[in-house]
Design a binder for this molecule. Structure first.
Ligand SMILES: Cc1cc2nc3c(=O)[nH]c(=O)nc-3n(C[C@H](O)[C@H](O)[C@H](O)COP(=O)(O)OP(=O)(O)OC[C@H]3O[C@@H](n4cnc5c(N)ncnc54)[C@H](O)[C@@H]3O)c2cc1C
Length: 371
């Protein structure tokens, strides 16, 4: 039995643990310094923007496509194993065009995606108004609708991945801060394989290595709004995105049910939407602090797109830190140079929830190519 230790239990580490737990011949331990999904994952909106991305080929596109395809089988699989519903919005994604040039770009993208077997619809303002009456089409040039992009509750997903992995025999420990990777690797103390899925903890963990893996934080703030009525058509509740602002219909944590109108109500009979997120970089001194005015700008931007949001009351405000690799593309999925038994699965920046299933597959392949 080969021993595998996965360090980090955000959505990425959890996805890897579950994927590897389906392989025979592995003894897997999943460790974190805190309970699952408390890092970046706990702050994410869970929007899975794959088909609408402008990546047409190469690794970036392959990871997106692989993830979206895997999600369709993964969710029913996890629900069957755990017996719990995972809030997974299959209504797609509507991207609002705030500039006429976007419509031209999206027409080209739709043609390219069609050739790849994916559907993207281009909506003129009248169609947008008909499909999504909650949107104020004034000032908009139209929209692109992607029926295959998704949104998922990142915390519920991570918890389900951990539960399913444990059912498949993975051992977990959520009270251990791993401090010295080099020592573990050199002395082979813990495992034949070490998977580093530590996001913002990666730099500290790799400082003893010749070239530490530099992952830096980019802050994001978001809010949850409670509304007295559903926005638009109750039977069609896609994520609506404009100018990088997401309006995300959510199911209540309590019901964890399918996204259907009735289930969007929580026990107090209201409707909830997440709105976010800001993108805030550190200053020259490396300090990073949530700026209230940026969150207000996001909220006002969302209200400009969907005026009824102004009727909502804020029930929750939060922020989190996205793990962004310094001076290299996200994410990093590779063997640590010079350390054949250490695999990095880190630095997913703005798309860790989207890319977690594809990352897990890539890690499994790195492991099995070794044999
Ligand atoms: C506001 C916001 C909105 C976002 N929206 C989206 C979105 O819509 N879609 C999307 O795909 N992505 C989104 N993201 C990005 C997404 O959250 C991240 O890319 C993703 O969560 C990264 O997952 P992870 O498992 O790598 O990291 P994390 O969730 O941060 O997990 C890393 C874990 O490693 C542990 N760890 C670190 N160091 C150590 C150590 N030395 N020893 C033990 N444990 C350690 C930490 O405790 C943590 O639990 C958003 C992020 C933010 C902040």
């Amino acid at each position: 039995m080969a021993k595998v230790t996965i360090i980090g239990c955000g959505v990425v580490g959890a996805a890897i643990a579950y994927e590897l737990s389906r392989q025979p011949g592995l003894e897997i331990t999943l460790v974190d310094q805190q309970p699952p999904a408390q890092g970046s994952t706990g702050a994410a909106l869970g929007v899975l923007m794959g088909i609408v991305s402008h990546k047409l080929k190469g690794r970036a596109w392959q990871l997106r496509q692989t993830s979206l395809q895997r999600y369709e089988t993964l969710i029913p699989e996890l629900e069957a194993i755990t017996g719990e519903k995972i809030p997974y919005n299959r209504h797609g994604l509507v991207l609002l065009a705030t500039a006429t040039s976007q419509m031209d770009q999206w027409r080209e993208l739709a043609t390219a995606r069609k050739a790849q077997g994916w559907e993207l619809d281009i909506w003129e303002p009248a169609t947008l108004k008909e499909k999504c009456p909650q949107v104020n089409v004034e000032g908009l040039w139209g929209a692109m609708y992607s029926p295959s992009d998704r949104q998922i509750d990142p915390v519920a997903l991570t918890q389900a991945l951990v539960k399913a992995a444990e059912k498949n025999g993975v051992k977990s420990r959520f009270d251990l801060k791993v401090t010295d990777l080099k020592q573990l690797a050199q002395e082979n103390l813990v495992a034949d394989w070490i998977i580093v899925a530590t996001a913002l903890g990666t730099k500290e963990l790799t400082t003893t290595i010749e070239t530490p893996v530099d992952i830096r934080p980019v802050l994001g703030q978001a809010i949850e709004l409670e509304l007295p009525q559903v926005l638009g058509n109750p039977a069609f509740q896609p994520v609506i995105t404009g100018d990088d602002i997401h309006i995300v219909p959510i199911t209540s944590q309590e019901s964890k049910a399918e996204l259907i109108p009735e289930s969007m109500t929580n026990p107090r009979n209201s409707y909830r939407y997440w709105v976010g997120a800001t993108v805030e970089f550190a200053d020259e001194q490396g300090c990073i602090q949530a700026q209230g005015e940026l969150l207000e700008k996001v909220k006002q931007g969302a209200i400009a797109f969907c005026p009824e949001l102004a009727l909502g009351s804020i029930v929750k405000t939060w922020s989190g830190l996205r793990p962004r690799p310094e001076a290299r593309p996200a994410p990093i999925i590779q063997k640590l140079p010079g350390q054949e038994n250490i695999i990095l699965a880190t630095g997913h920046y703005r798309n860790g929830v989207l890319l977690a299933p594809a990352t897990a597959i890539a890690v499994r392949e790195l492991l099995s190519n070794q044999d």
